[in-house]
Design a protein around this ligand. Structure first.
Ligand SMILES: [Cu+2]
Length: 476
């Protein structure tokens, strides 16, 4: 199932300590494609470093032992990916293919597009990815626990002609909450305090499942780095200076190349960015990458330059532009269906009551149910959708954040563009599937509702979605 090119790519990256697990390749023809078996189940992972005991986690097992991140799935546009989920967990689960503009029945949302798969049972996913880019997969049932325990992996859809780089590497960042005993803090699962504030924030940063991993490179190389923030709730930020880094894609969609400069790169939970980085330095150098979202600068990872003779540097003007994914059409907002979404609740949010399927509950009753956030006064996923949109029509969702916290809003099944922020029009915004809406902000997003089905729309801070920040749209 591995062709030579991918095997080599995986080998290179593994030698650099940045690619966990085997790279998989979907077979060429759907008819013959065997299922890749993904089995989430308990495992251990060396999260804390080689001197500490491995941490009990839940991990996706593929052809080999379970790893965090899970096995990398590589495919190409139009190829069929077939995955058999075999549930080895003590609770029901599903897999969601985050960012893939997928057939609705394969979207993996428990209770909306499929039933959660009970322990010991299987579910077969088969889908073709319409877009080349950097995507990921994770459970969509009790995500706040299952992802916090380590269940996620990369899904890479290769370009027909990939950019000319020396290495294609991953940078999967996670924020773990580890107790004094060196194990995942389980007492905090479901803690109302974190559910009503900024979510379950961690105290331990890993990149590719490792602490401050070494990324082996060579002076003069140009690398592609695929970043994803898999944290439950923490907004991460990375400083790559003094290296020359350019953003070439966001959330799996090509973006006009832009220099990172010294400002760092902010990634809300679930967001991805592809960077092109030129490794300027001398053989033997170590160049740290810092996590800078808090006042405490943390070492996230480090590039270690081999002793080999430097490669000839590429000219900086040789900017790398990814070809657009052909199916995206710019949404025209004239005549679009307007959909309002007011976010309320949470700590310091002043929510007094909320509705569940038309029935009004007091805040005391809601707290009892641990439902403390609302969209348009509705807490949690309702029987009725937020909106029903005729297939092919353009929709604009006007998000107003009246809470005291930022929210990373994720729309399933579509990529959208921000067209207005705080009353001012925005032109040429990148395509995204997850957008950060800050406290007191107003953000309008537009998309063409060309994919029929029931699509979830929710905050990707996993405690927030569990505590009410979830709705859905129907495309008919
Ligand atoms: Cu949120």
């Amino acid at each position: 199932m591995l062709n030579r090119r991918h095997f080599l790519a995986a080998g290179l990256a593994a030698a650099g300590g940045v690619l966990a697990g085997p790279a998989w390749r979907a077979a060429q023809a759907a008819k013959e494609a065997p299922f890749l078996v993904l089995e989430p189940k308990p495992a251990t992972a060396p999260l804390m470093g080689p001197d500490d005991a491995p941490v009990p986690v839940w991990a996706f097992h593929g052809n080999g032992p379970g790893t965090v991140p899970g096995p990398v799935i590589r495919t190409r546009r139009g190829e069929t990916v077939r995955v058999r989920l075999k549930n080895g967990l003590p609770q029901p689960t599903t897999i969601h293919w985050h960012g893939i503009r997928i057939d609705n029945t394969m979207d993996g949302v428990a209770g909306l597009t499929q039933d959660a798969v009970p322990p010991g049972e299987t579910f077969d996913y088969a889908f073709t990815a319409p877009d080349a880019g950097t995507f990921w997969y994770h459970p969509h049932n009790k995500s706040w626990e299952q992802m916090a325990r380590g269940l996620y992996g990369m899904l890479i859809v290769e370009e027909d002609s990939p950019p000319d780089v020396d290495r294609d590497l991953m940078f999967v960042a996670d924020d773990w909450l580890i107790g004094k005993d060196g194990k995942i803090d389980e007492k905090s699962f479901g803690n109302l305090g974190s559910w009503s504030h900024g979510g379950r924030l961690g105290n331990w940063l890993t990149v590719n499942g490792l602490t401050d991993p070494e990324i082996s490179v060579r002076a003069g190389e140009r690398i592609r780095l695929r970043l994803v923030n898999t944290a439950n709730a923490r907004i991460l930020a990375f400083d790559f200076s003094p290296l020359n880094a350019h953003i070439i894609a966001m959330d799996g969609q090509p973006a006009a190349p832009s220099s990172l400069g010294t400002g760092g790169l902010t990634l809300a939970p679930a967001q991805r960015v592809d960077l092109i980085i030129d490794i300027d330095g001398a053989p033997g150098d170590t160049i740290p990458v810092w996590e800078v979202s808090t006042r405490q600068r943390l070492k996230a990872a480090r590039f270690v330059l081999s002793k080999d003779t430097p490669l000839k540097k590429r000219p900086p003007e040789d900017a790398i532009v990814l070809a657009s994914n052909p199916l995206l059409i710019d949404p025209k907002t004239d005549g679009a269906q307007m959909i309002d979404l007011v976010m309320e609740g949470g700590a310091m949010g002043g929510l007094r009551e909320g509705r569940i399927n038309g029935k009004t509950l007091s805040i005391e009753e809601l707290i009892e149910k641990k439902l403390v956030w609302a969209f348009n006064g509705n807490v949690g996923r309702q029987i009725k959708p937020l909106a029903s949109i005729a297939r092919g029509r353009t929709a604009v969702i006007n998000m107003v954040n009246r809470t005291a916290f930022p929210h990373a809003m994720h729309l399933h099944g579509f990529h959208f563009r921000v067209v207005e922020r705080n009353g001012k029009p925005v032109y040429g915004a990148p395509w995204r599937d997850t957008e950060l809406v800050d406290r007191d902000e107003q953000v309008r997003i537009a998309f063409i509702a060309d994919n029929p089905g029931k699509w979830l729309f929710h905050c990707h801070m996993l405690e927030h979605v569990a505590a009410g920040m979830v709705t859905w749209i129907e495309v008919t």
